[in-house]
Write a protein that binds this ligand. Sequence first.
Ligand code: GLU
Length: 491
Amino acid sequence: MTNKDVRVRLAPSPTGEPHIGTAYTALYNYLFAKKMGGELILRIEDTDATRSKPEFEQTVYDSLRWMGLDWSEGPDVGGDYGPYRQSERKHIYGQYVDQLLEAGHAFKCFTTQEELEEMRAFQISQGKTPRYNGAGLRLTPEEIAEREARGEVPVIRMKIPTEGSCKYVDGGYGEVEIPWDAVDMQVIQKSDGMPTYHMANVVDDHLMKITHVARGEEWISSTPKHILLYQYLGWEAPEFTHLPLMRGADKSKLSKRKNPTSMSYYAGLGHLPEALTNFLGLFFIQISEGDELMDLDELVERFDPDKLSKAGAVFDVQKLDWLNARWLREKLTPEEFLARVLEWASENDKLKEGLLLAQTRIQTFSELPDLAGFLLKGDVGVTAESFANIKKNPPEKCLEVIDAVRPALDDMDDWNRESIEETLRVVAEGLETKLGKLTPPLFVAVSGSPRSLPLFDAMVLLGRAMVRQRLKVASDALHASLDTSDQSQDA
Ligand code: GLU
């Protein structure tokens, strides 16, 4: 293979705001493609129709481009191996599932969700790892025909060898061996005829001539299934590299409930994309101290897939901030600095729209920083005391409201004034209260002050990731203070 034939891909599922982990995997693939002189392909994996949203797809493009990445094929740029959105490739997968069925590598399974749950509960009660029990494998052709004639629609599962293990050499982990008895008979086609991730991913990687798959460590346990599917279909498997999971400073898995993880949050705080890219790139490169500052081209130059850093990937926000400060001081000219600040403040039109919202609420311009400054801040300094004087809303009520709103905002499809209002109205109903009672604590949590700009508009301008973080800070502060006051009462 010449380097020119190297084809790598990013395969995000547009089911949420792009995560720091998406950026991390994307950067690795980008550096790999550039270093090898190959191509980077962007494929949108939206087989989960209920969770995939066009809005999130757009944020994938925006966030990756914001980082300075680009790709030579994808839904938005076209290419010879399209369509690049799995929902537009539905007609492609069925023939390969049929091929697997005909060759006896896959089978029909009629086990219902309820039966699966019972199976699971029983196996757990026996101290066993829950897994599918292979019932479909034991059905005779007559039984299958009969059930189908009755209108039962099966899922299709792949067969897994009963003994031995899957061995392969991973670009990140070296020799990997996973016993087949640790691998479940994966569903490859759902009862609605749609392929699962595993099937679509393998078929598309093959048809798109992907030579190297680099993705997060969480997929390593799926790799035996994928390797087996390649074998069953008579295709050459790509090389696999699993990247160490990015962890929080406490070494736990990054989770948006604990810490902000979406790229838009860090963009909103005013991190330069160059600094974020630099920060993530250092996970892949062995460097000596003092040698940290690198732009994308330098990262490409220094990147060597055979010499990946062994340090693991810790999302250390202090280090990111430190790198950002160095970028501001050492890399930007004064003109660039000014331009970048203005660009940041204009993102999402937040400065302009914020000022317009303030127009009818001030007497003089000098009130603007107090009234609208929260739109540009990272932390608005909310403490439990900030909620002390909210009429008819004691702290425990404020906390109840905030904690009810947090998951509801996460579940929203669109982020606009109407959808926010509607969602909050539903939450208010659930709490058997009025929308008007919900807004004061949210006002304080989001803006840090009881006097500020209209709540829903402000939330739109701040963006979901920033609002999520402010509600979390408020909730943590209230929880902590209520626990303390409980203890003091006990004492
Ligand atoms: N759609 C999967 C994801 O969002 C892709 C995993 C892979 O790269 O195979 O992580």
